[in-house]
Design a protein around this ligand. Structure first.
Ligand code: BGP
Length: 489
């Protein structure tokens, strides 16, 4: 098969996605400060108390982590040591033919507490070299500015993203990024999965829910989100001013929800869930709050502080493109109580009888990706970028060191076909970066054994292993997919 048989546009950005806090390791070197990610747990299956910390860490635990930052409070501290091995890893990505690599910048490598007036040179040097190396391999960096990596200091002293000052701290960080890395980076993303705030308030916005009275929590979370919306718009403005030609995208989780059946009550329920999911991209793309959210705040007595001119800022500086993660679809039912559930570690819901589930209970649904793409195109009329998708699975290493991950190949084949189907319907898709293209530490479970990669990393859940990299069967398969621009699946 040749590229001429492909439905994918020329220049389609095939690649892979990572996040710094899940792969870099080197959590305390060269002056780096602690981030919220450094204070979740490494071994949730061993220590239940720590596992609870993932969903709202207590202030005592934070204090403990700040002082000692040792033993059980360090999930992603070691990562896969990408910080020291990125050159070797980029060689492997280049061998697969990657056109792009999604990485993130740890705020705490540049500003250890987030509040310093000047950035650390060590952080600048590291990321400059990372981006330069990518460019030397003809790999376009796709850079997330904020991927669950808020400085711990800000989380502790500013109610996470709750205080307005955090916007200025973030913009100072952005300014350094655009100035220092702008010559290498064209595509930027502001906040990873900005809609995850209620699922993981600690991870996303540094809000330790235990600290606040229940009736205040929701209001605070919305305040954080609003501050992030404003920060996102101002970062977009700044990027356009500082780096001509560069583009900013938002990043949301697209969790498509189906009604259980054609009962109009279920239709309404699913519509509400989908609308709530769209809220975050609606504001960043359309530049205004949807009426249903404002109405809800009114009903619930939620008061969110808007700065003077915030509405105009949101309207004037929408993002250039829409990026999203897509892993699964969900089902809504008014009879949910009586239905069988799928117990994902990220989201739980009613089981869809038509879909298989992954080892972690995520419902695998390639057609849902076609649906999501078409739906988003109709809603936003902007280019779309799938910046996360993939199958977390247990891999087995054969005696000769090979890994036959045919299940992963099957997963990707079906999802790439699904993207092709949307393209044939006229959807403008910029690229596709499967999540965890090299095995890395899981965000939700902090396990290494939940593997997504084309590249295997010899490391187990307890941190044992050589860190050696090896090519899985899917590595060769994906290489061929890229070579033929998606024609040979
Ligand atoms: C997304 C996050 C990633 C990533 C991925 C897979 O929600 O943006 O950081 O980890 O999910 O999730 P997990 O690692 O929990 O399997």
């Amino acid at each position: 098969m040749s590229t001429t048989d492909s439905v994918f546009p020329k220049g389609f950005l095939w690649g892979g996605a990572t996040a710094a806090n899940q792969c870099e390791g080197a959590w305390d070197v060269d002056g780096k400060g602690l981030s919220v990610a450094d204070c979740t747990t490494y071994k949730p299956h061993v220590d239940k108390k720590d596992y609870a910390a993932l969903h709202g860490i207590t202030s005592e635990q934070i204090a403990e982590a700040e002082e000692s930052a040792d033993t059980h409070m360090y999930p992603k501290r070691h990562g896969i040591d990408f910080y020291h091995r990125y050159k070797e890893d980029i060689e492997l990505f280049a061998e697969m033919g990657f056109k792009t690599l999604r990485v993130s910048i740890q705020w705490t490598r540049l500003f250890p507490t987030g509040t310093e007036a000047e950035p650390l040179q060590s952080g600048i040097d590291f990321y400059r070299d990372l981006f330069r190396t990518l460019r030397e391999h003809d790999i376009e960096p796709l850079v997330t500015l904020h991927h669950y990596e808020m400085p711990l200091y800000l989380a502790n002293h500013y109610d996470g993203w709750g205080k307005r000052e955090v916007i200025d701290f973030f913009l100072r960080f952005c300014e350094v990024c655009f100035r220092e890395f702008g010559e290498y980076v064209t595509y930027w993303l502001t906040f990873n999965e900005i809609d995850s705030v209620f699922r993981h308030p600690w991870t996303t916005i540094g809000v330790c829910t235990d600290r606040y009275a229940p009736e205040k929590r929701e209001e605070l979370i919305y305040q954080c989100v609003h501050n992030q919306f404003v920060a996102s718009a101002l970062a977009t403005k700044m990027l356009h001013e500082m780096v001509p030609g560069a583009q900013m995208g938002c990043m949301v989780t697209r969790t498509l929800t189906y009604p259980e059946n054609c009962n109009p009550k279920n239709m309404l329920l699913a519509q509400k869930t989908n609308r709530d999911n769209y809220f975050y991209s609606d504001v960043q793309v359309l530049g205004e709050y949807p009426a249903h959210v404002l109405k809800y705040w009114e009903r619930a007595g939620i008061h969110v502080e808007f700065g003077q001119g915030d509405e105009a800022i949101l309207k004037q500086y929408p993002v250039d493109f829409v990026s999203f993660s897509y892993y699964m679809s969900m089902v809504d039912s008014i009879d949910a109580e009586q239905r069988e559930k799928v117990g994902g570690n990220l989201a739980t819901g009613v089981k869809n009888p038509y879909l298989p589930v992954s080892d972690w209970g995520w419902q695998v649904d390639p057609d849902g990706l076609t649906y999501a793409l078409i739906d988003m195109q109709d809603r936003y009329h902007k280019p779309l970028f799938i910046v996360e998708n993939g199958l977390g699975a247990y891999d087995t290493v054969n005696e000769d060191g090979t890994i036959d991950d045919d299940y992963r190949i099957d997963y990707f084949r079906e999802h790439i076909k699904a993207i092709g189907a949307a393209i044939e319907e006229g959807v403008d898709v910029m690229g596709y970066t499967p999540w965890g293209c090299i095995d890395l530490v899981s965000m939700s479970t902090c396990q290494m054994s939940k593997r997504y990669g084309f590249v295997y990393v010899d490391l187990d859940d307890d941190g044992n292993g050589t860190y050696a990299r090896s090519r899985k069967k899917s590595f060769y398969w994906y290489k061929k997919v890229i070579e033929t621009n998606g024609a040979d699946l």
